[in-house]
Design a binder for this molecule. Structure first.
Ligand code: NAD
Length: 441
């Protein structure tokens, strides 16, 4: 079977390379011509461990091709996967523009197609989208009937950036939403070689599983952050030990019980917001989702509060922010906590200097510095030099190697706020060390 992938971003590119590696012939299409040029020159448009090797192997074996011609992508394949983004717009509402544009293109191409073709939506979309706007767009543009002339399925994606290649090969589960027998059968065949539980269900259930999963995962982190904020007020308390004790319970598990300045990224913030809007539009209260978002909104302020407790007003203070990416091993700054921390610092008149091993360019492109300038350092050590305070925002290995002595020597006054709990408090006891969820010791 030959496949085409629409949207070569964090999900689509991994699937294009992954499917090619397990034997499919894949055509990857993206409207971003520069991205196609880069890929055809053997360059990766993002940071994702092991992805370049996978792409190289697919292109060398001539099973993976990148094209800027969507007709060619559809007409030379049997199935088209759509992995375009579904972001929030400026009004913080779901923007289905990329999805609609991709289905228009596929519909147009289906008009010319001869045999059976199946269209699979991998993008995260709310219940009712596939049976509604997706089906309508495809039928209108192609002049053909869904389930008779072409197949349609939903196949939500659960991979984690920075682990995406591993997650492709070792996924926990595959969810397939299909409302007709042939679509169910064809998508199941595509995934036949994957040894994991497969859940085959309706469009709406498949769409809802994705939102419910992301909301639950975010809730787990917001929960431990809430506990962290309580622990901080209790002498001798440490949320890391509390989390360890909780995680030993097999019903809880240690996964995601990691205190921080909040969760970010391109998915959880928008998916929780969309789930909340969906619940409200249906007349249902969703207080857990609301609180999950609320706790997360307040969490970056914990670092600001700690800095103010140690230094007083931040106006004119030099504050170093270590880490811009929303997590380590990616250059993605969409929804990153660093952006909120920096915004709060600038609002208080602090002088901000930042460093990230790979995400500096993406941050510059998205910088929301309210017209105020921030300084970009060349390394972690340069970033902390002469600072009044350092806030660790991203868990990069490079930052874990900065010692107490480095901080003491480089900083104007050594106030270290460990927003990710990357250091052992006992080894940083000779400087002012504050950490999320660590009570007075
Ligand atoms: N990033 C993740 O970790 C992740 C994980 C699971 C699910 N998802 C979901 O998967 C979807 C894709 O997310 P992403 O992070 O890969 O997005 P992304 O922004 O990284 O990539 C989207 C790509 O689609 C391209 N595009 C836009 N319109 C197009 C069109 N009409 N035809 C072809 N290409 C087009 C863009 O140029 C871009 O390269 C979203 O719905 C997201 O919620 C993302």
């Amino acid at each position: 079977m030959k496949l085409s992938i629409f949207g070569l971003g964090h999900v689509g590119l991994v699937y294009a390379a992954g499917f090619a590696s397990i034997g499919f012939h894949v055509k990857g299409f993206d409207i971003d011509a520069e991205k196609i040029r880069m890929l055809n020159r053997g360059r990766l448009p993002m940071v994702e461990p092991n992805l370049m090797e996978l792409i190289d192997s697919g292109t060398k074996q001539q099973r993976l091709v990148f094209t800027d011609d969507y007709h060619d992508a559809v007409l030379s394949s049997d199935a088209s996967f759509v992995a375009v983004d579904t972001p929030l717009n400026e009004e913080e509402e779901l923007d289905l523009g990329q999805v609609i544009s991709a289905f228009r293109m596929i519909g147009e191409s289906l008009r010319k197609a001869g045999g059976y073709h199946i269209v699979v939506i991998k993008s995260t979309v709310p219940p009712g989208t596939t049976s509604g706007i997706v089906r309508e767009t495809l039928e209108k543009e192609s002049g053909k009937k869904a389930f008779e002339d072409f197949g349609l399925a939903v196949n939500p994606e659960f991979m984690r950036e920075a682990h995406a290649v591993q997650d492709f090969f070792e996924t926990d589960r595959i969810v397939i939403g299909a409302n007709d027998e042939r679509s169910r059968k064809v998508v199941s065949e595509i995934y036949a070689s994957f040894r994991c539980p497969k859940l085959i269900t309706s469009f709406n259930n498949a769409e809802m599983i994705k939102y419910a999963s992301n909301s639950f995962l975010a809730m787990k982190i917001s929960f431990i952050n809430m506990i962290a904020n309580i622990c901080e007020r209790i002498p001798g308390s440490d949320v890391e030990v509390v989390a360890e004790g909780m995680g030993l319970d097999k019903r809880i598990t240690p996964s995601l019980l990691k205190p921080s300045l909040g969760w970010g990224g391109s998915c959880w913030p928008k998916d929780n917001k969309v789930l909340l809007d969906l619940a409200r539009s249906l007349g249902v209260e969703a207080p857990l989702v609301e609180s999950t978002l609320e706790i997360n909104e307040g969490q970056p302020l914990q670092a600001i509060r700690m800095a103010e407790e140690a230094l007083g007003p931040l106006r004119g203070r030099r504050v170093a922010v270590l880490g811009l990416a929303f997590k380590a091993n990616t250059d993605d700054v969409r929804g990153a906590v660093s952006r909120k921390v920096i915004k709060h610092l600038l609002e208080r008149g602090a002088r901000v200097v930042v460093y990230d091993p790979v995400a500096m360019d993406n941050y510059r492109a998205l910088a929301e510095s309210n017209g105020k300038t921030i300084e970009y350092a060349e390394s972690g050590l340069e970033c902390i030099r002469d600072a009044d305070c350092v806030i660790v925002v991203t868990e990069w290995e490079e930052f874990k190697r900065i010692t107490q002595e480095d901080y003491r020597r480089a900083m104007k006054r050594p106030v270290l706020i460990d927003g990710m709990r990357i250091y052992d408090a006992k080894r940083y006891s000779e400087i002012t060390y504050r950490a999320i969820g660590l009570g007075p010791q």
